[in-house]
Write a protein that binds this ligand. Structure first.
Ligand code: MN
Length: 222
């Protein structure tokens, strides 16, 4: 699966799998160190996928849906695996988006004209947006995520979730995310979450974030 794909589907055996990383483990240096990327992707993210697959195996018919579709309405997921899908399915979806919105410093680029216009409309300036998303991410209590999402009315929204909860479950479409679990930054930054969050803005894959914004807006018009 390419990192430009935002819908994580299962294979014919009903198993979800890690998305292909669009970069090598060392590509995010010096902002995110090689070892952190390797452990985060091949161990942490893989474990969410494994635990999700173990849960789905109890209700194989669910695997006809992408993990994002399952997260839209968790009440439709059977009781006995609802928490597992919320936590491990959320973990799989959230990390898949996280990898797709990161890239090397050289390839970071800038938001599309449409996305920049929307950001400036909502947050006055690009710097104002970065400042608000930084504060929100840094201020997330415990383990969680800072998000830029699109609301059903097309407006941009900044929000924070705990654990592996996804804004998809309350109807918003994520287009950018910052993982603020300690495993995302601890080896290099230790307790200094603010330094990690501020640095990550130099490795955002604005091409993919802009693509995701276009898709979200188009799906609302349909
Ligand atoms: Mn993580």
């Amino acid at each position: 699966m390419s990192t430009a794909t935002f819908n994580n589907v299962a294979n014919e055996k009903g198993e979800y799998s890690l998305p292909t990383l669009g970069f090598s483990y060392d590509a995010l240096e010096p902002v995110i160190d090689t070892q952190t990327v390797e452990i985060h992707y091949s161990k942490h993210h893989q474990t969410y996928v494994n635990n999700l697959n173990a849960a789905i195996a109890k209700h194989p018919e669910l695997a006809k849906q992408s993990i994002e579709e399952l997260l839209v309405d968790l009440n439709k997921v059977p009781d006995d695996i609802r928490t597992a899908v919320r936590n491990h399915g959320g973990g799989h979806a959230n990390h898949s988006l996280y990898w797709s919105v990161l890239t090397s410093k050289e390839k970071s680029g800038s938001p599309s004209k449409d996305l920049l216009t929307a950001i400036e409309k909502q947050y006055v300036s690009f710097d104002g947006f970065k400042d608000q998303l930084s504060k929100l991410s840094i201020g997330t209590f415990g383990s969680g995520w800072g998000w830029l999402t699109v609301k059903p009315n097309g407006e941009l929204c900044l929000e924070s979730t705990s654990n592996q909860d996804s804004p998809i479950s309350k109807g918003n479409t994520p287009i950018l995310v910052i993982d603020v679990w300690e495993h995302a930054y601890y080896l290099k930054y230790q307790n200094k979450r603010p330094d990690y969050v501020q640095a990550i803005f130099s490795i955002i894959n604005w091409e993919n974030v802009s693509l995701r914004y276009d898709q979200a807006i188009k799906s609302l018009k349909n």
